[in-house]
Design a protein around this ligand. Sequence first.
Ligand SMILES: *Cc1c(COP(=O)(O)O)cnc(C)c1O
Ligand SMILES: [Zn+2]
Length: 423
Amino acid sequence: MSDLFLAAGAPSLQCCDRCGASWPELSTAAECADCGGLLLVTHARPVATGDALKIALASSAEASGVWRHRALVMPGADQVVSWPEGNTPLVDRARVSEYAGVAQLQLKHEGMNPTGSFKDRGMTVAVTHAVRAGARAVACASTGNTAASLAAYAAQAGIPALVFVPKGNISAGKLAQAMAYGATTLMVNGDFDACLALARSASAELGVYLANSLNPWRLEGQKTIVWELLAQLDWNTPDWIALPAGALGNTSAFGKALREALALGLINRLPRLLVVQAEGAAPFARAFDADFAKRVTVRAETVATAIRIGDPASWDRAVRAIRETNGVVTSVTDAEILDAKAVIDASGVGCEPASAASVAGVRSMVARGLIAASEQVVCVLTGHVLKDPDAVNSYHADGATRANPPLEIEPRLSDVERILGRR
Ligand SMILES: *Cc1c(COP(=O)(O)O)cnc(C)c1O
Ligand SMILES: [Zn+2]
């Protein structure tokens, strides 16, 4: 397919986002060997752009929503490690848009990916890259979803996976997946930031392929979340795209996707990014308030474990994404996250706690008059409701505003009648 609309033969490069040095496509270094900066992938410009490119993308026979965009993601890949993933629904739910306070709100449900989070979009590309580069093992630090996804794709590729997770701060569903898919699971006595430092040195010293979101190929796969939702909107740009943020990999991927979509003539104006952090893990929101004058780190604490990150790796790339899209970074409390989650869950859609930060962030922006009720918003739900059953159980056991606890009865019809009458 790629031949249809790709410039002949030019290989993709990995370019340093800081000093501009370029490295071969199959280099596996996690950072620039000259300056330590993070890398970004550059592809040859496709022959087809604009409407011709839209048609080529729409008519692809690929089963994967990521590999449908192969020429713009990893054109050099012949054999891919794919589930397949992507092609997630974009849905409207009146209760959720009413709750957020905007007339037009759509939910892009990335929890509908094979392992239950958007991480699969990045991982199919990173593991394909690892295989092409001849890696003997793959590794990641993770609050859970990256571990689950890497474990599944490494199993499919037949290479060992090593995952570093913070002891006591990984949800039951995610830990279960990492073990079930066969990864060697290392429970680290430390937080996510400690896990990442360890994974980075294991990669540098022991030659293990690092699959964290600082890996530039992860971003290439995650770009397709944005392109897919834009295509679902017939390439009409919404006013805002809202997403939760932890390590800022997805924020960076969204910025790159939008920059490229504009340059390729797929859209003619940019949406604004609304990046939402949890109040107890909001270094990027704090820095935004000070116009990114300096990099901030915090000791992270939040119920939304997927975004419980105090020292986000993709900082510079994410600053660029915010600046280029006239974006906003905000934070919401755990109570706001859980309340929004209860509304999303009860609408029949469901998501894990971190995902609900997107809707909670929109609601807070509307309340503060920073998003108008007439604006169109797409909220990205990053993970599935079953990822964190403990969060659901404790919310509903807790007498919270929207609690819906189970009711205990005797095995007799009169008890059922009594409860039906009560409703
Ligand atoms: C990874 C993840 C995030 C955060 O994405 P970053 O790229 O780390 O900013 C948000 N929600 C869920 C469910 C995740 O798994
Ligand atoms: Zn460099």
